[in-house]
Design a protein around this ligand. Structure first.
Ligand SMILES: [Zn+2]
Length: 580
């Protein structure tokens, strides 16, 4: 239930001294900088909290407990309980503890569990991902027997004062049950007593109850022996029972390093002290990346989510617009990281001058292959775009009589913003920063999704993701169609302004992670400007401004141009008109 955490702050003094010795580094041809410091945060390791405080439902007991042979035949065959496959926005951080004593071992005899843990913990990367919404889907057919959804404390990051859990119990029809824990408040899309089919949407991932981050605790169990007995669905050396998975995923405890997400951040956006990142307020929220990274920032910091094993290595690189290496580190991992963050930072102010302004890249490589990459624009002063905070999404459940409200807030690091709604139904209104949700919907199905936008003076935007549940409406059947306002792959909004004189802004989004390219072509089909060629995480949205200059920095003549967004063989094109 809990994935507890241990924070290792290994400020590498020797490396910092080395970096400080390189205060004025020429921009081209210089040796790459050594890191100024390094922080590791592992979500998994023990902190001695009490998983036994999870609430268990009362269930009737059966008179004659099943024999071992009978038990081996019980339970359904499960599909993956999230809308997206393992490693696509989610990762396993804990398995079931197979050992009754105070030691702990997972089904393969490894340490990917903690004492007394009865389920499988599947984590999202951070609370921003939770806000965007990750559907929990029913792993098997069944009937809802427990539905607890209204505890609003769904963003727990440390041991909470109110441990009440939002959770679902589903009867599998053979005397066994499947439990889904830590749900996002009011996100439950099924009602008590309803039947569900494998793949049906049940709720959204949250962090209610004893939980240190957004995750689903998935737990098959039964009362057939008199008391509560959890069933480990994973078959392995310490669990001879048959696997309950239709396709059992490989054991995470032997999977080598995998980098999940990446970002570049400033000291201010990281909370003011890069050597001591606060897990809950900063790391778990995802660190804000500025729209422009000023050259007087004291440090450039690169963070990433990862999983991996002691002995694995990765390489971090920061490269200038001309491709030369500014900074790098080759890091051997000393311990297993079951799910966490690494952050590296390097000296910056004084090392970066006008010729270095432009689009930089930061990447993490494993075995010479780029696993994650991001780009960031470097200029004369740091500018932050809008960012919803302390959260960027919420679920509401209608009861037919109560008017509900939410107040939008944005990060103080950005400029002034205006709020607006996108895809909102008529019973949702926005006045200044106050969102009002009427008691009665006109939505056709049980769930409705809409967005709030924060837009700054330069039309940079951030999106907050809202979800409304009307329990009186018919249920969605499956998650086979994307429910959040995600495109089938790519969107490219009309450029603004168009026509334009000196600059125009292009906004795109991608549904899946991958390499995104955005370029400008002239009427003859010749590429005049590459705006972006970078890896982007799933659900990325980004605005890119074209300053009407070509790749050499020369202004282009007035006329018609095309912008092409491409990713994995798919392309979208927009027509742009530059005025003379
Ligand atoms: Zn758990």
């Amino acid at each position: 239930v809990i994935h507890s955490r241990r924070v290792i702050r290994s400020l590498r003094v020797a490396l910092m001294a080395a970096a400080l010795g390189l205060v004025h580094v020429a921009s081209v041809g210089a040796e790459p900088l050594a890191p100024a410091g390094h922080v590791e945060i592992d979500l998994h390791a023990q902190d001695g909290a009490t998983p036994a405080l999870d609430r268990m439902p009362d269930q009737a007991t059966r008179l004659a407990p099943p024999t071992d042979a009978e038990r081996a035949l019980l339970y359904p065959i499960y599909g993956w309980p999230l809308e997206r496959p393992l490693h696509d926005g989610n990762m396993i951080v804990n398995y079931v503890d197979e050992v009754a004593t105070t030691s702990f071992q997972d089904y393969m005899g490894g340490n990917w569990t903690y004492d007394g843990h009865r389920g499988t913990d599947i984590s999202l990367y951070d609370f921003r991902a939770m806000d965007r919404g990750m559907h929990i889907v029913s792993a098997a057919d069944g009937q809802v027997t427990t539905a607890i959804y209204a505890n609003l404390r769904d963003r727990n990051c440390a041991v909470p004062d109110d441990p009440t859990l939002n959770y679902l119990g589903v009867s599998n029809g053979d005397g066994t049950l499947t439990f889904y824990y830590h749900l996002r408040a009011n996100s439950m899309t099924v009602n008590l007593g309803e039947t569900v089919k494998k793949g049906d949407v049940l709720a959204l991932v949250g962090s209610s109850g004893f939980s240190n981050g957004p995750h689903l605790h998935f737990e098959p169990a039964d009362y057939l022996s008199g008391g509560y007995k959890a069933r480990d669905p994973w078959n392995g050396t310490l669990n001879p029972l048959p696997s309950l998975w239709a396709a059992q995923e490989p054991y995470a405890g032997i999977a080598h390093v995998r980098i999940y997400d990446i970002g570049v951040t400033t000291r201010a956006a990281a909370g003011g002290n890069l050597a001591a990142i606060d897990y809950c307020s900063v790391a778990a929220e995802g660190m804000q990346q500025p729209a422009v990274f000023g050259n007087h920032e004291p440090y450039v910091a690169v963070w990433f989510h990862l999983q991996g094993l002691g002995g694995d290595t990765y390489r971090v690189e920061v490269r200038r617009p001309n491709g030369t290496l500014y900074a790098s580190v080759n890091n051997p991992m000393f311990v297993d990281v079951h799910g966490g963050y690494n952050l590296w930072y390097w000296s910056w102010d004084g090392n970066v001058t006008g010729p270095d302004f432009g689009t930089w890249t930061a990447k993490v490589l494993v075995g010479g292959v780029t696993q994650q990459q991001t780009s960031f624009v470097v200029g004369v002063s740091t500018v932050y775009g809008p960012r919803f905070t302390p959260r960027s999404g919420r679920s509401f459940r209608l009861d037919g009589t109560t008017v509900q409200r939410d107040t939008l807030h944005h990060s103080a690091l950005g400029g002034t913003v205006t709020y607006s709604l996108l895809n909102a139904p008529p019973f949702v209104t926005l006045t200044d920063s106050i969102l009002t949700i009427g008691p009665v919907s006109n939505q056709p199905t049980r769930s409705l999704y809409f967005q709030a936008l924060a837009t700054d003076a330069a039309t940079r935007q951030d999106t907050a993701w809202y979800h409304i549940v009307d329990p009186t409406m018919p249920r969605e059947e499956t998650v086979s169609v994307p429910l959040l306002a995600r495109s089938d792959g790519l969107t490219l909004a009309p450029n603004r302004p168009n026509p334009f004189a000196s600059a125009t802004t292009l906004t795109y989004s991608v549904a899946k992670a991958g390499r995104v390219r955005l370029a400008i072509y002239d009427l003859s089909g010749r590429r005049v400007r590459e705006l972006l060629d970078a890896w982007r995480p799933a659900l990325a949205e980004e605005s890119v401004t074209w300053n009407a200059r070509d790749d050499r920095g020369q202004p282009v003549p007035g006329g018609v141009y095309f912008c092409r967004l491409s990713m994995g063989g798919r392309q979208l094109t927009r027509r742009l008109i530059r005025l003379d």
